[in-house]
Design a protein around this ligand. Structure first.
Ligand SMILES: [Zn+2]
Length: 179
């Protein structure tokens, strides 16, 4: 389906759009560098949205998290919401919380990630979940954790992300044709 800049279907043809399409509309409006946006409810990431422990890059494939991972609490806009981003006002507040980062968490709900292409954003969505698992596992081991520095994150993402096309090709081959 094609949507306009406010998240409304251009020609719905009787189809019902996704409830949370306003996430995409407002992230695209706020971030001209966003060429693709993924919203996910991936469970390991949600854990970091309900605790005060920030999600930080611990593995090289998730180095793009070095810009920080803010948490958007919908309660700051709607005291008694249904937890979903169902209008432009909530979408705008979420996009504000995202700021210049690549990923923003939605408290008790999921996360939103942007990228410069569909392969890039799918890879980022997947490796955000992987990072959450790694960081959570490390936290159970009772040792201090060595996080990636901002400089390491920037250098690593510049080097590693262009090569993620290979993972995209493998994922596509694994899934096969989509009708
Ligand atoms: Zn959602």
């Amino acid at each position: 389906m094609e949507f306009d800049e406010n998240g409304e279907a251009v020609d719905p043809q009787g189809r019902r759009g996704f409830l949370e399409r306003f996430i995409h509309a407002e992230v695209y409006r706020k971030r001209p560098d966003a060429m693709a946006v993924v919203h996910s409810h991936s469970p390991s990431v949600v854990v970091f949205s309900i605790t005060k422990i920030p999600l930080r890059p611990v593995g090289h494939t998730s180095s793009f998290l070095y810009k920080g991972v803010p948490v958007f609490d919908i309660r700051s806009v709607e005291p008694a919401s249904n937890m979903l981003i169902v209008n432009n006002k909530l979408g705008r507040a979420l996009a504000e919380a995202l700021g210049d980062a690549s990923v923003v968490l939605l408290r008790g709900h999921g996360y939103v990630v942007l990228g410069d292409s569909i392969p890039n954003v799918v890879s980022r969505a997947y490796y955000t979940e992987v990072n959450a698992r790694l960081q959570r596992d490390a936290m159970t081991m009772g040792s201090d954790i060595v996080y990636m520095s901002d400089e390491e994150g920037r250098h690593t993402s510049e080097t590693v992300e262009p090569g993620m096309d290979r993972a995209w090709d493998l994922w596509r081959a694994e899934i096969g044709p989509i009708n």
